[in-house]
Design a protein around this ligand. Structure first.
Ligand code: FES
Ligand code: FES
Length: 149
């Protein structure tokens, strides 16, 4: 058993400490907005925030996040108000199939916290998430929209 702080709430999870955070989130807590893509920290579909930093939860053991603040896509909006990245995504119609998008949004939200006005080069180096639908151009435009919101 481990107690994790997820989206501001303490949640008990009954998993081996080496279990990737992704599976604790999806299977123990029922937060299925965080997606499984590759399982080897390559695609970014599983991105969440740990103490405000974007991490790939498929490769982060539960033991490493005890006592830290975990935020998933379900916790990004505050008091029913969408995060500015989510608003830009809706306005810019970014998602296609949507599978990669929660991870993409979490990665972008963390980037904007660190760099409020990222350049295209900043976006290219920080947002390495893979989108099989090829939404990269819309993602970049929506990042700039969110940065100027
Ligand atoms: S599922 Fe975690 S990076 Fe692909
Ligand atoms: S929107 Fe389909 S994989 Fe990115």
């Amino acid at each position: 058993m481990a107690a994790l702080t997820i989206n501001g709430k303490t949640q008990e999870v009954d998993v081996d400490p080496n279990t990737p955070l992704l599976w604790a989130l999806r299977e123990q807590v029922g937060l299925t907005g965080t997606k499984y893509g590759c399982g080897i920290a390559q695609c970014g579909a599983c991105t969440v925030h740990v103490d405000g930093v974007a991490v790939r939860s498929c490769s982060m053991p539960v033991s490493a996040v005890i006592g830290k603040q975990i935020v998933t896509i379900e916790g990004l909006a505050e008091n029913g108000v969408l995060h500015k990245v989510q608003k830009a995504w809706v306005e810019h119609d970014v998602p296609q199939c949507g599978y990669c998008q929660s991870g993409m949004i979490m990665a972008v939200a963390a980037l904007l916290k660190e760099k409020p006005k990222p350049t295209d080069a900043d976006i290219n180096s920080a947002i390495t998430n893979i989108c099989r639908c090829g939404t990269f151009q819309q993602v970049r435009e929506a990042v700039h929209m969110a940065a100027n919101a």
